[in-house]
Design a protein around this ligand. Structure first.
Ligand code: PLP
Length: 332
């Protein structure tokens, strides 16, 4: 079994469990749906950013960082987990969070991840929609450096080759679980945004010699754009690992499930969130995993998979954002 030699620190609880979706499976004739619980990663309500941050924080600490800077939307799960990781290892944390156009609900602004960021002690800079997050962050890093601090910029979503190493590791972890349980999966379905999860997992499965298709459900981009983003990152990761380049045919994305825009609460997302909660006791989120699961259900209903297949849903977390979307999720 491969073991990655890149430096990492421990932030999460591994391996995350694999579970069958028993009651959802009882409702249809197949395929059999399973879930890998990366929502239970163990850090501050969990999620997929924990794996990436284990590598990014090791890199930050090697460089003598004193403060982490990162950016995202106001309800970014990545920002919340970065703030938690910083708290855990005793680094400062500044978050550059962008208002999402047209959302003024009090819960969106103050509950969910926005509330958690405060409790975690992060300093939040709120930017208006359309401001250049990276430019503002770079400027702040300069100021911090001038005052004797050592800032470390965590890329949006933790998705550079170092962060994606967390999902290479997840690919190896999954290969091990498959070996132990004695059966495999015919496809993996996940939400894809900043691309590190899909890219890392593809590279990790290739490294482990597991040829399982990884289907990404996009949350804001066309499948063409997203596939390019994923493929570029896979190749960067594979260069770091000194592994042969994956062929582009292995990168598959679906873009018909995110609605009008990032964070748009679509009816199929709401249905998927309700279904997973009421039949499996599983909390998906409105922006990523809810849409990815809605996509998976739609693909199942349209016969995309053979009914004899076994499909793994990677639950990437995000449930704290449910509280930010209470107005569209609750029945009033
Ligand atoms: C960030 C995030 C994703 C997307 O992962 P990427 O690596 O950015 O593609 C999926 N689900 C949740 C809950 C997230 O917070």
């Amino acid at each position: 079994m491969h073991k990655l030699s890149h430096p990492k620190i421990q932030l999460g609880h591994w391996p995350t469990p694999l579970e069958p979706m028993l009651r959802i499976n009882a409702m249809h004739k197949g395929p059999e749906l399973w879930v890998k619980r990366d929502d239970c990663s163990g850090l501050a309500f969990g999620g997929n950013k924990t794996r990436k941050l284990e590598y990014l924080l090791a890199d930050a600490q090697l460089g003598g960082a004193t403060t982490l800077l990162t950016a995202g939307g106001l309800q970014s799960n990545h920002a919340r987990q970065t703030a938690a990781a910083a708290a855990r290892v005793g680094l400062g944390c500044e978050l550059f969070l962008e208002d999402v156009e047209g959302v003024s609900e009090p819960d969106y602004n103050h509950s969910g991840n926005a509330l958690l960021n405060q409790l975690l002690g992060a300093r939040v800079h709120r930017l208006t929609a359309g401001q250049d997050l990276n430019a503002v962050m770079a400027l702040r890093a300069q100021t911090l450096r001038a005052s004797g601090q050592e800032p470390y910029i965590v890329p949006v979503g933790g998705s550079n080759a170092i962060g994606a190493m967390g999902y290479v590791n997840c690919g190896l972890e999954l290969a091990q679980q498959i070996q132990v349980q004695g059966f495999s999966f015919d496809a993996i379905v996940l939400a894809t945004g900043s691309a590190g999860t899909q890219a890392g997992l593809l590279a990790g499965l290739a490294l482990a010699g597991q040829d399982i298709p990884v289907l990404g459900v996009t949350v804001s981009r066309s499948s063409g754009e997203q596939c390019q983003k994923v493929l570029a990152l896979v190749h960067e990761v594979q260069a770091l690992l000194q592994q042969p380049k994956l062929h582009e045919d292995h990168v598959i994305c679906f873009d018909q499930y995110y609605g009008l825009a990032y964070g748009d609460p679509t009816p199929p997302m709401i249905e998927a969130v309700r279904l997973a909660a009421s039949l499996e006791g599983l909390f998906l989120d409105p922006v990523y995993s809810g849409k990815a699961f809605a996509g998976l259900l739609d693909l199942v209903r349209h016969g995309y998979f053979d009914i004899s297949e076994r499909i793994l849903f990677l639950h990437t977390g995000g449930a704290p954002a449910l509280f930010a979307y209470s107005d569209c999720l609750s029945e009033h």
